[in-house]
Design a protein around this ligand. Sequence first.
Ligand code: FMN
Length: 149
Amino acid sequence: MYTFEIIVGTTLGSAEYVADHLAEKLIDQGFKVNIHLDPNLASLPIDHNHPWIICTATHGAGDYPDNIAPLALQLQQTTPNLSRVKYAVIALGSKSYDQFCNAGHMIDRQLAKLNANKVSKTLEICTLETPIPEDAIDDWYPEWANNWL
Ligand SMILES: Cc1cc2nc3c(=O)[nH]c(=O)nc-3n(C[C@H](O)[C@H](O)[C@H](O)COP(=O)(O)O)c2cc1C
């Protein structure tokens, strides 16, 4: 049975609400969940049974939120072998910006480069189109869970 490691990148809180909403659904299905609001490589298991779900907003001009930037830097500097890690990406952003959901796409590329295994297509949530981003999780979760869990 999986224990999910949900890694949150947020400045204003929306990505945390999305992570909490997803965690409730996973827990309802009997999984364990750890939510990382201050994500750090040392506290993230590198293990088949601990899939990582990166749930991150984009800030600045296509940048990482401050709380997840240190993890991205650690990954870049220490280049761990993540071949035992399964992961999914949930990217929040707004299509009013040029670099839509760029932080989610950057971490996705970084994890793939470190041999982590992506289990599903990135879910992009545009907060202009979906003002309550948790609603996007309600739409996405059943098929995602059905295909993968
Ligand atoms: C100052 C600022 C810069 C932003 N820059 C981007 C961006 O470059 N690309 C993007 O897709 N969204 C951008 N956004 C939109 C946020 O990613 C979006 O509102 C997200 O839901 C915020 O999530 P959070 O509440 O978890 O921080 C920006 C928002 C703000 C306030």
